[in-house]
Design a protein. Structure first.
Length: 295
């Protein structure tokens, strides 16, 4: 597929998140229709229950909008011995659902035991041992369903900083989902991580950052969710993340996976038709079209 044929969307770009009290959830038919109208070729599954869990029903729905399903985000706490078993049971159940709906990738969120994304953690040595064991078992579970695991470094989770990613790359053979926004928010360089993980980047979430808000989140002056409400993630090309440089670096490695436009937002009501998240999604896709012309 060409570069532009590998551009997908995620429901969170339309404000659809499974976190309690996150915000208004737009109608799924409208979200899928707007994805198609923007020019996107595929979508991720989104939170549990938003899109149908039945494979046939989901396929019929996505076919209406000429969209493929490429994967889903599965958050799990893997560093606590006392909860590891129940999290692995959840991963098994989520893997089964993703496989039945035709997904190929499980995007694993290395979750924290804290609710939300506002508390940063550093694992102890014992917790790292448990985490890496759980990570290996997660990869095996997903593979049993024909899925590839892509670990997603994520703000407020157990893996987000550059040192965390380096340890995962060194101590495991798991592949990565690089999220340019979360890594940059944590002070890491997505391009450097892409180069360090050559051959192990199998999925990408594209985000750009408002640096002023990012600095307030890093300092602890502003909670992550409030920053998202205030506009932390901006259309691609409008922030301080070198999106073009990142894509060029990844394409130079013969990367052939998906690029997911993922611009987290929080909605308080249903936007007027033609307005709302679709405006930013169109701007991001137009940025990628321009970049494709240059490549």
């Amino acid at each position: 597929m060409t570069f532009l044929e590998r551009i997908a969307g995620a429901p969170i770009t339309w404000g659809v998140d499974g976190s309690p009290g996150w915000g208004h959830l737009m109608d799924r038919d409208r979200v899928l229709s707007e994805m198609h109208d923007v020019g996107l070729s595929a979508t991720e599954l989104g939170p549990d229950g938003y899109l149908p869990g039945d494979a046939h029903e989901l396929r019929l729905m996505l076919d209406q909008f000429s969209l493929a399903l490429i994967g889903g985000f599965v958050p799990a706490v893997l560093y606590q011995p006392e909860t590891l078993s129940e999290n692995l049971v959840y991963i098994d159940r989520a893997s089964s659902t993703l496989a039945q709906t035709g997904a190929q990738i499980m995007v694993l969120g290395p979750d924290s035991h804290h609710s939300g994304y506002d508390t940063q953690i550093d694992l102890s040595e014992d917790e790292w041992i448990t985490f890496l064991d759980g990570l290996g078992r997660t990869v095996e579970i997903a593979a049993g369903y024909g899925l590839t695991t892509a670990l997603h470094p994520h703000w407020g989770m157990a893996v987000v900083r550059e040192s965390h990613v380096e340890r995962v790359l060194d101590k495991s053979d798991v592949d990565l989902c690089i999220d340019t926004g979360h890594l940059a928010l944590a002070g890491a360089d997505p391009i450097a991580i892409a180069r360090a993980a050559t051959g192990r980047v199998i999925h990408v979430h594209l985000k750009d950052l408002d640096e002023d808000l990012a600095q307030r989140v890093r300092s602890g002056d502003l909670a992550f969710r409030q920053a998202v409400i205030d506009g932390l993630f901006v259309p691609l090309g409008n922030g301080t993340v070198d999106i073009a440089g990142f894509i060029v670096a990844l394409e130079a490695q013969a990367y052939d996976g998906w690029y997911v436009i993922e611009q987290d937002i929080v909605l308080d009501a249903e936007p007027d038709h033609g307005d709302g998240p679709v405006v930013a999604a169109r701007e991001s896709f137009a940025f990628l079209e321009t970049l494709a012309g240059g490549m």
